[in-house]
Design a protein around this ligand. Structure first.
Ligand code: OOG
Ligand code: NI
Length: 456
């Protein structure tokens, strides 16, 4: 880091904390969710001293209840590329491409996130960012109107753009600049109680798709949820229900397992909030539903082979999904019995990613240049290497679609007969989306390269 510049990790941390404060103030129910997470996390730690120790060793205890992600929805290519530049200031790069048209949603998405393990450890905050597929507005007049509205709005202030340009030119921001950048950038994601359009226009977009109204009818991409980490998502879900909070019917992702894989998520349903619509001198009171709260629990990252197995099993269980969610969790668990549920099998069957490090004995042999020849497998078996699971840091398209749908008022699935294209998305973004599998593989490989025998 060049002297005088603050690390992008610190800017991301300050930004995520500012977002959390803003969202708690704007959506009081979200504060209740944080409370549930803190309580259930404390309970999970109390009954599992080994988990507490492990989290303490990773320096995770202090950050345990911090937000891990949030989400926004963007209207145009210009806006998306601006978001890419804005999040780059905070060390967040586009990773992954999520096609949601397959699940009936007129958007496709990426996640802006830190990619280095140390950066993730400092602050894992990510933004799931969806771009409107404007071509999916069937009515030509409505589509033209959407284009005109999106062209005319400015979602990032001039001050923020100046900071972005300065960051790009100088390669960093001083702490004073960073502080000011965070305050200005935050404004882009604030809720606006007044729509950009009149009530009729809102209704027309809403009828085309609720997501389209949410993206097009407001001054900017309000943050629509934040998501802290839970150590026990089943307990947190039960606690939401016990407190009378309208929780999503099913937990998305894999079932509860001995070795957690990928990502499990649930949310409380989006709130109906009052909105003012102006038409000429008249003001019409209405409502809009967009904002919710979510929780996530992460497990081990799967290889393409593991992911294929996951997708196949999930598709099999999906037939059992009903709107009420009744019976789904049991059916899911039964179907997932096919997925190996111990670390050794996940590793030896090439289903998940690990980093490798020498044991004490291994370190002694390595220093002496006497690491025995053999496969990684044999070295783990003989106690020379330890294998540590790599945590999944990305999202899941089927889960994301489930989260979207439950917050759009219907968990029923429809399909849009639309080809979505990563190339189109990347064109709008002005960059390519990094391949998540590549990042995990690099991390695994890097750990193995450290074991290369040191030449005598
Ligand atoms: C994004 C929904 C997806 C997740 O965690 O998978 C999501 C949205 O509602 O904009 O947040
Ligand atoms: Ni989310």
């Amino acid at each position: 880091m060049t002297q005088g510049f603050v690390s992008p990790d610190e800017i991301r941390l300050a930004f995520s904390q500012a977002m959390s404060r803003m969202y708690r103030a704007e959506v009081p129910l979200y504060g209740d969710l944080l409370d549930i997470v803190a309580t259930t996390n404390a309970r999970a730690l109390a009954v599992d001293p080994a988990l507490r120790e492990q989290l303490a060793a990773q320096g995770e205890l202090e950050r345990l209840n911090d937000e891990r992600h949030g989400a926004i929805r963007i209207g145009s290519a210009t806006e998306l590329s601006l978001m890419r530049r804005l999040f780059a200031v905070m060390g967040m790069l586009p990773v992954g491409y999520y096609d949601l048209a397959a699940a009936g949603l007129p958007v496709h998405s990426t996640a802006f996130r830190p990619i280095e393990p140390a950066a993730l450890a400092r602050c894992a905050f990510r933004i799931f960012c969806s771009l409107l597929r404007i071509d999916l507005i069937a009515d030509a007049d409505l589509r033209a109107q959407a284009e005109a509205i999106l062209d005319a709005r400015q979602i990032v202030s001039d001050e923020t753009v100046d900071f972005i340009a300065r960051y790009e030119r100088d390669g960093g921001l001083t702490s004073e600049q960073a502080e000011s950048f965070v305050l200005h950038a935050l404004e882009t994601f604030r809720w606006h109680g007044e729509a950009l359009v009149d009530h009729e226009t809102y209704t027309a977009f809403n009828e085309a798709h609720r997501l389209i109204a949410d993206i097009v009818c407001f001054r900017g991409p309000h943050i629509n949820h934040l998501t802290p980490r839970t150590l026990d998502i089943d307990a947190a879900q039960a606690e939401m229900i016990a407190r009378g909070i309208r929780a999503k019917a099913v937990i998305e992702g894999p079932p509860r397992r001995t070795v957690p894989i990928l990502l499990r998520q649930t949310s409380f349903q989006a709130l109906e909030e009052p909105i003012l619509f102006r038409s000429g001198a008249a003001i019409v009171a209405g409502a809009h539903t967009a904002r919710f709260g979510e929780i996530e629990q992460r497990g081990i990252a799967l290889t393409p082979r593991g992911r294929d197995l996951y997708d196949a099993i999930l598709a099999e269980a999906d037939g059992a999904r009903t709107a009420s969610g009744a019976g789904y969790q049991d059916r899911l668990a039964a179907t997932f019995a096919q997925f190996p549920d111990d670390l050794a099998s996940l590793r030896t069957e090439g289903l998940a990613y690990f980093t490798y490090a020498p044991t004490q004995e291994g370190a002694r042999l390595l220093a002496a240049g006497k690491l025995p020849a053999g496969s990684v497998e044999e070295l783990v078996d003989s106690g020379v290497l330890t294998a540590t699971p790599i945590t999944y840091e990305d999202f899941l398209p089927v889960s994301a679609a489930g989260i979207f749908r439950s917050n759009l008022g219907s968990e029923a699935e429809t399909r849009l007969a639309a080809e979505s294209s990563q190339a189109d998305f990347e064109g709008a973004l002005g960059a390519s989306c990094l391949d998540p599998f590549g990042l995990y593989l690099d991390q695994e490989q890097a750990s193995l390269e450290l074991l290369e025998p040191i030449p005598p």
